[in-house]
Design a protein around this ligand. Structure first.
Ligand code: EPU
Length: 336
């Protein structure tokens, strides 16, 4: 098998922050066979695995081998009157997959419309938006072990999904490369999720179709979140913090209008965007690194910001939030 490695190439076009760093070696991967061959030939290399590059902040040139997963294919494995089981290659674009589902009238992913990134990356952080998380439609994924080259199937329980979290960000971090995922989708009449307040308000119909839900989600996202093709960004830079009830009570005493949502085990989730906004960071800009004008959780690259400048800004925000609210924000984005 001839493997087409490229040398010293810019990763600018391959990360949605639009950070211009170089990778020493680079290869596009179209199939699992190529992936296995690349892994066996490069066992000692440092690897950077890229899907859509939409959850990654690059802060320096990369001295190893970058793999860009570009495998394609959407397959209906099973379909009956009520449901469909779909297998999707890791390199498929997530939003294109959502559009494909809408076209077929398969329900379950409509609230996740317009999330940037690839299908293979989606399970890693259990993508979620507007009341729905990937784990709710997820059946399993296949992944190649970096160490042995063997393919393993992970069912939902084995993925250990949490809020923007999975086993692939923890115990198995860097150990497997996801090659495909399977989803369980519904057929009409669909179960609709309008639990997110803003979504409920946007939808006039009492019994909306999944296409109407997706349209509303696209409208809300486009009005609040910057399009990475126009302004470099990675969506939410921070996770929303979860605090215990005592800590929340103390905060609420000080900030009566603090938005909050109930979380697991009596804990409370607080929007990091509110904390950051409250400290006056919304719309803040230093050189080309900034905080988005319409969503304080999103850091943006207005053009030529370096990864280090964005990271510095993130750290500055984190310090200020810690100082003011005694909450240590966690980065949602992976920093390299
Ligand atoms: N808010 C502010 N200032 C802002 C923005 C928001 O005060 O600039 C407050 C408002 O009170 C608002 C609350 O924060 O009610 C929540 O804001 P929003 O509904 O926009 O959601 P979020 O918690 O900021 C999360 C996800 C998003 C997802 C939306 C909608 C995380 C880290 N982020 O954001 O996901 O699209 O909910 O479901 O959980 C992503 O992960 O990249 C992402 C964009």
């Amino acid at each position: 098998m001839v493997l087409n490695f490229q040398k010293d190439i810019s990763l600018c076009a391959y990360n949605t922050f639009g950070i211009d760093v170089k990778s020493k070696k680079f290869i596009s991967i179209q199939s699992t066979d190529v992936l296995k061959a690349v892994l066996s030939e490069n066992q000692d290399s440092q690897l950077l695995v890229l899907g859509g590059g939409s959850n990654l902040l690059l802060t320096q040139d990369f001295d190893g081998l970058t793999l860009r997963i570009e495998s394609r294919g959407i397959e209906i494995l099973h379909e009956d009157e009520y449901k469909a089981k779909i297998k999707v290659a890791a390199g498929e674009n997530w939003h294109d997959f959502v559009l494909w589902c809408l076209e077929k009238d398969f329900g379950g992913v409509e609230n996740l419309a317009l999330i940037p990134g690839s299908v293979g990356a989606a399970p890693i952080q259990n993508i979620g938006a507007y009341g729905v998380e990937l784990s709710q439609v997820f059946e399993s994924c296949e992944a190649v072990s970096r160490e042995t080259g063997e393919i393993k199937t992970f069912n939902k329980a084995e993925c250990e999904f949490g809020y923007r979290n999975s086993i692939f960000k923890n115990a198995l971090k860097g150990k497997y490369i996801i090659t495909s995922a399977q989803f369980n989708l519904t057929k009409a009449p669909h179960q609709i999720n309008t639990s997110y307040q803003g979504l409920f308000e946007k939808i006039k119909s009492k019994s909306p179709s999944i296409q109407m839900i997706a349209q509303a989600v696209i409208k809300i996202r486009s009005s609040k979140l910057p399009d990475p093709r126009q302004i470099g960004n990675c969506g939410s830079f921070f996770k929303n913090p979860v605090v215990d009830s005592e800590k929340f009570a103390a905060l609420q005493k000080q900030y009566a209008n603090l938005p909050h949502y109930p979380d697991r085990e009596g804990k409370v989730k607080i929007p990091a965007a509110w904390l950051i906004d409250h400290l006056g960071f919304k719309g803040y800009r230093k050189n080309d690194a900034g905080v988005h004008q319409k969503q304080a959780l999103v850091l943006v690259n207005y053009g030529k910001a370096s990864g280090t400048e964005i990271k510095k800004l993130a750290q500055q925000i984190r310090n200020k939030v810690l100082e003011n609210f005694a909450i240590d924000l966690e980065f949602e984005v992976n920093i390299l």
